[in-house]
Design a protein around this ligand. Structure first.
Ligand SMILES: [Zn+2]
Ligand SMILES: [Zn+2]
Length: 413
């Protein structure tokens, strides 16, 4: 498929086909893959294996880590897209419920995924922040987590207030960790920016510029993002009905991601909505496939990506058909683990393999030993319940002390 002189390599696989491809690739079935020698590695893969490919200095990789509806399901988490750049920078756009495990599956050290941008504060766009934030401290993130999110119509509806309350909400969790583990990764660095800024710069570092434009969704306080780097332009709508700002400022995007909700008919038949609910939610609160197509016909991106619907064998054809009523350009209808490699010449579309036995990467920095003075102690009541089993625990300490040349004794003090 050719468009504007660029090659679009389409390697679209549904999840079941992905599993099959993964198995075939691993089994060494030479009929399934092209190999130049019987013993050599396959050099032109149609599946992305996280952690195995270097990004070229001029390349952008976008990974869909959440593409579904507000409630996550095994196949699709709620909204989350990861952008990785050839300069080493990585950005998370929305971090909806269920996406954290998909993020972990990318095999990226947590120190490198320290920047999160919220389009708005719906739970399906921020629900996995607590697990990523606090869970990240045990996944070896030793740098503060940096958050960018919009203001709201009032201070209480803005990102800064939400993050402040989140820290209060997790006081017990933080209490269990302080003084016990290196907690540098538990520090939040929050940047709230005006939701009504029109193409205003909210981030500029290392040759990367990110701007926000207003979105129309829910309440005042929803935005879309435009990331530009190295002559490449990534646009992420988060949630919004079609709006004039997206139509104007997303133009010229190399990859433009925008919600493409289930059509009202499927909301009725599959979700049990009443016709009026379906029309209101599907076209006034969200963007129906025909609306998505119309908007992309105006924006004319090198690749349009629709997301935010349950993408199955019996829904994708109808969504695609409806989009095609109003848009005939390059199109991906996203599902989780879809991967786009973007350069000025190519956009390659693949599915990512899933490693269900992923472990966190070792820490990049030296860990700072915790200061046990900061431990929040138990009451005498709770301590009275401990069965210490010294005959069991002391030998465990002795074993570790012998291996590592240390001199520790049981107990936190
Ligand atoms: Zn929303
Ligand atoms: Zn949403």
């Amino acid at each position: 498929m050719k468009k504007n002189g660029s090659r679009l390599v389409v390697g679209l696989l549904v999840a079941s086909a992905l599993a099959a491809a993964y198995v075939l690739g691993r089994s060494g079935d030479s009929a399934a893959v092209a190999q130049t020698t019987p013993t050599g590695a396959v050099d032109d893969r149609d599946v992305y294996y996280p952690g195995t490919e270097e990004l070229a200095p001029d390349e952008m990789r976008v990974v869909a880590l959440g593409t579904g509806m507000p409630s996550p399901r095994p196949k699709q988490a709620a909204a989350c897209f990861l952008v990785e750049l050839g300069n080493g920078d990585k950005f998370i756009f929305d971090i909806g419920a269920g996406c954290h495990e998909r993020l972990a599956a990318q095999k990226i050290p947590y120190d490198y995924i320290d920047k999160v941008f919220f389009g708005h504060l719906h739970v399906d766009h921020m629900g996995d922040l607590p697990t990523f934030w606090l869970g990240g401290t045990t996944m070896n993130r030793l740098t503060p987590l940096r958050i960018w999110g919009p203001s709201g119509g009032t201070p209480e509806l803005g990102t800064a207030h939400a993050m402040d309350l989140m820290e209060q909400m997790y006081a017990w969790d933080i209490g269990t960790r302080s003084g016990v583990i290196d907690f540098r990764g538990g520090v939040l660095e929050v940047h709230e920016f005006p939701f009504d800024g029109v193409n205003e710069v909210i981030f500029e570092e290392n040759g990367v510029v990110i701007r926000s434009i207003p979105a129309v969704h829910g309440l005042d306080g929803a935005v879309s993002f435009i990331l530009e780097w190295n002559g490449l332009k990534f646009v992420y709508g988060s949630d919004t009905v079609p709006n004039k700002w997206f139509a104007e400022f997303a133009r010229g995007a190399d990859i433009a991601i925008h919600e493409c909700f289930l059509p009202p008919t499927l909301l009725v038949t599959k979700q049990g909505f009443s016709p009026l609910e379906a029309l209101t939610v599907g076209t006034q609160g969200h963007t129906a496939p025909e609306q998505f197509g119309k908007l992309m016909s105006i924006v004319e991106p090198r690749l349009a990506v629709g997301y935010h619907f349950f993408n199955d064998f019996d829904t994708e054809p109808e969504v695609r058909e409806r989009v095609r009523k109003t848009y005939d350009g390059p199109l991906s209808l996203a599902t989780d683990y879809m991967v786009w490699n973007v350069t000025r010449d190519d956009i390659t579309i693949r599915m990512s393999a899933i490693d269900e036995e992923i472990w966190p990467s070792p820490p990049i920095r030296d860990k700072i030993p915790p200061d046990f003075q900061d431990v929040v102690s138990f009451s005498e009541f709770t301590l009275s319940g401990v069965l210490a089993f010294p005959e069991i625990v002391v030998p465990i300490y002795e074993e570790v002390n012998e291996i590592y040349g240390t001199d520790f004794e049981p107990g936190l003090n």
